[in-house]
Write a protein that binds this ligand. Sequence first.
Ligand code: SF4
Ligand code: SF4
Length: 304
Amino acid sequence: MTKTRQLNGTVLRIERSSIHDGQGLRTVLFLKGCPLRCIWCSTPESQNPVPEKGYAKERCRECGLCVEACPAGALSLDGESGGLQINREKCRGCFACVDKCPSGALKRYGYSMSVEQAVAEVSRDEIFFFHSGGGVTISGGEPLSQARFTAAVLRECKRLGIHTAIETCLFAPWEDVKMALPWLDVLYADIKVMDGALHKKLTGADNTLILENLRRADASPYNIEIIARVPMIPGITDTGENLSETVRFLRQVKKLKDIELLPYHRLGTDTYKHLGREYSLKGLFPPTQERIAERRRFLAKLME
Ligand code: SF4
Ligand code: SF4
């Protein structure tokens, strides 16, 4: 392996044998940290760039072991409302509480990993890549928020002959995008909403940089495939107007291989609770299978 000077990344988790994040079976490295705050985000535990903890009250036995272990006095058991009270301002992030918890009520999100460790984790699955045509996908969070780490892992995987992909929102300085491109086979680009003002309202940032980065990646000399991914948020991103505008823009992208619709789901709502946060789309429900099929047909027609 090329000498990579003690470069560490903050990894949320590693998933193996995924069939949703690229061709064949994928090993997916989910990284911590994202510059956007999409109101529909299903992995809120990926947004904060540093490790943090979640608390599932329903699993807590109120044994007090975590309170005793905490060196910062950040935890208390509240007799009245029940459950653990966490003063996140006082917390020093030592995770002694998580280590002591006997019930799994406290969970750690994120840990530090070197490039060498990450590549070793990916390499364990090489036999599956060989038989399925799969490889590694770096996702998040936003993989380009840790661009040096992402690029180094991709480079080492490429040297080992492993197929590489990233899933990115492309809201990153061009220098960071450029770092990853030489080592990429597929770039999955989230194109959420074409209207800049609406994009800012829904994600916290305007989309000018995102679209510009996609144009520049397309014009780069690298032989990459671009697959655009549009989150299908009912009545917000799946409208005829947004999908038409999206296809109009993507028609100019020469390396574009496909556009995928990713249906909205609510799997992350409990995690908001565990992090002590509110989920803002409480009243929104996932689209029906009929609606998903209809929108996919609509999109296919636009792409003809
Ligand atoms: S992470 Fe450490 S400082 Fe924070 S609540 Fe747990 S034990 Fe206390
Ligand atoms: S150690 Fe775990 S089970 Fe015990 S009080 Fe703390 S969170 Fe609850």
